[in-house]
Design a protein around this ligand. Structure first.
Ligand code: SF4
Length: 348
């Protein structure tokens, strides 16, 4: 027996036809599961009894278990960090961030991560495994179940490097963005990456409306290699070459994520290098002042720049024509901010 959440529409269609049922049965089943949130095959009334019986023999639907929730009020919004336990006992984290009408869910794509960024809590766990598409989607199903509120936006910025698990992430995106199923518009989903050029090169930016965010975090290769060892394999300059060759339309400019760290990457020379490397017509820049965590062994050696330095850095980039935003990461005090996600234990 398999968890049916791990099947794509195509795989379910193949299952239906291979067992002598109509291909369309797959869409009906998926509408029940993802739109109506009915997980009991026997009550899927527009599906033939034979198919329902067969589904009962071969599949089940199981959501992960919430084992901990931490809540933080933030102005007129809030963040909730969920510790989620999958069927095999592995733990991952998802964070929901509510602000006015927007409810964003930050999902994990792997248990742990092998990219080793020095400022990241998840890196300290090492890599355990890729999450399946069903485990990615079920983070949304589980959180919506808990909150009885619809998620409006998604970001793949939780534990793991999404492009290191591209096959399962793509499978999940297909169901998440299909308006017959979960129906979150592609332009409201952001996939973030530390810059795996080998995957990005094959990514046709105009074929989709997903937003792409590249964690840059430094304007020279030496600093970036220190912060993000992946830079030794896929250097900053190569990322710039690749981005500058893309032809993004206005709505899907790539966002460069840049965590500002005092005296390391926050100098005016760093801003000047960014201006030299990238074109304002290709990228937006999101500055994230370091989300300092005194309890973290990974972050305690770094400091957040002062407001004056942050503003000077931003102004330099804005004056060069870049769209620049400063994001003060939400969820900081519950360790749910970017680069701070880490399951407390791998197995419960
Ligand atoms: S920042 Fe992202 S890519 Fe880097 S180690 Fe952490 S989870 Fe992995």
């Amino acid at each position: 027996m398999k968890n049916i959440l791990n099947l794509s529409k195509k795989e379910l269609e193949e299952y239906c036809t291979a067992n002598g049922f109509k291909k369309y049965g797959a869409e009906q089943i998926m509408r029940w599961i993802y739109q109506s949130r009915i997980f009991d095959f026997s009550v899927m009334s527009d599906i033939s009894k034979d198919l329902r019986r067969k589904l009962d023999e071969d599949f089940y639907v199981k959501l992960p278990e919430i084992i901990d929730v931490k809540y933080e009020k933030d102005g007129d919004g809030y963040s909730k960090k969920y510790l989620i336990k999958f069927e095999n006992g592995d733990i991952a984290e998802s964070v929901s961030i509510a602000h006015k009408n927007r409810k964003t869910l930050c999902v994990s794509s792997q248990v742990g991560c092998r990219m080793g960024c020095v400022y990241c809590e998840t890196a300290g766990m090492g890599f355990s495994r890729n999450l399946t598409s069903g485990e990615i989607i079920s983070q949304l199903l589980t959180v919506e179940n808990d909150n009885s509120d619809k998620i409006t936006n998604m970001v793949f910025m939780g534990m793991g490097e999404p492009l290191d698990n591209i096959a399962e992430v793509e499978k999940a995106l297909e169901i998440l963005s299909n308006d017959k199923f979960i129906g979150i518009a592609q332009r409201k989903i952001t996939v973030s990456t530390c810059g795996l050029i080998n995957v990005l090169e094959n990514f046709d930016i105009n074929a989709y409306k997903y937003k792409l965010a590249i964690s840059l975090n430094a304007a020279d290769s030496e600093t970036r290699s220190f912060l993000m060892p992946v830079n030794k394999k896929f250097p900053l300059e190569k990322i710039a070459d690749m981005v500058n060759l893309k032809k993004p339309s206005l709505h899907n400019k790539i966002t460069l994520e840049y965590v500002l760290i005092k005296d390391l990457n926050d100098r005016i020379e760093d801003a000047k290098r960014l201006i030299k490397l990238f074109s304002p017509s290709k990228v937006k820049i999101n500055l994230i002042p370091l989300n300092k965590d005194e309890n973290s062994v990974y972050l305690k050696n770094f400091e957040r720049p002062d407001d004056f330095t942050i503003d000077k850095f931003k102004t330099k980039l804005s004056n060069a024509g870049f769209i620049v935003t400063v994001r003060f990461s939400k969820g900081g005090s519950i360790n749910g901010g970017c680069g701070q996600l880490k399951a407390q234990m791998l197995k419960y």
